[in-house]
Design a protein around this ligand. Structure first.
Ligand code: GAR
Length: 214
């Protein structure tokens, strides 16, 4: 099976990008990061990409209209012709036209068990709500923010007394497993977009273990 070509959109630290690069290198993901695109030159993720020798494009969003910024992003993406566009801590809302143009090829990771806690600072929201089980979700991007069809989720226990930072780190660790695993599902054709839904096939049996958290 041919390897998937990935474009990864980033705005922040780039730890998810790192997890994708590592999985690709270690043969856990039949996909290669061909392009990293950031809307902030000073995002640490840009350094992560450069150090890994991946082609990196910065299209500053500051000082540009949403349309102008997105036009330049689209041009860079079109030139790379990726199979999948992954949002990995990309803190920009994409226009409906962009989303429609990439339907079924645009994936996001969100740091909550969606549909709980969509939007910004999901980990803080979960912590403030006192949830005992939190987690992350990968999903195809559709026009409603954080509401597209779900690909994978992972749950982590949040013990009473955990600080918001501890909760964030537990969720992030789950993200680093889930994003490469999601790409692998898509690479193997075990999950695919079908008219606004995700269709799965040939999945291994899922665990029946119950995650208890006081
Ligand atoms: C991750 O927790 C990701 O889920 C979140 O930003 C962080 C990026 O971290 N994304 C969102 O909140 C999108 N709504 P990273 O730059 O270290 O990968």
């Amino acid at each position: 099976m041919p390897r998937l070509k990935l474009a990864v959109l980033v705005s922040g630290k780039g730890t998810n990008l790192e997890s994708l690069l590592r999985a690709s290198r270690e043969g856990r993901m039949d996909a290669d990061v061909a392009l990293v695109l950031s809307n902030r030159a000073e995002a640490p993720a840009v350094q992560v990409a450069r150090q890994a020798g991946v082609r990196t494009v910065v299209v500053e969003s500051a000082g540009r209209s949403r349309e102008e910024h997105e036009r330049l992003v689209r041009e860079a993406l079109d030139a790379a012709a990726p199979d999948l566009v992954l949002l990995a801590g990309y803190m920009r809302i994409l226009t409906p036209a962009f989303i429609r143009g990439h339907q079924g090829r645009l994936v996001n990771i969100h740091p909550s068990l969606l549909p709980a806690f969509p939007g910004l600072e999901a980990q803080q929201q979960a912590h403030a709500a006192g949830v005992r089980v939190a987690g992350c979700t990968t999903h195809f991007v559709t026009e409603t923010v954080d509401a597209g069809p779900i690909l994978m989720q992972a749950a982590v226990a949040i013990p009473p007394g955990a600080t918001p930072e501890e909760a964030r780190l537990r969720i992030l660790e789950a993200e680093h497993r889930v994003y490469p695993a999601t790409v692998q599902l898509l690479a193997e054709g075990r999950a695919r977009w079908d008219g606004g839904k995700v269709v799965f096939r040939d999945l291994p049996p899922t665990t029946k273990e119950v995650l208890l958290s006081p």
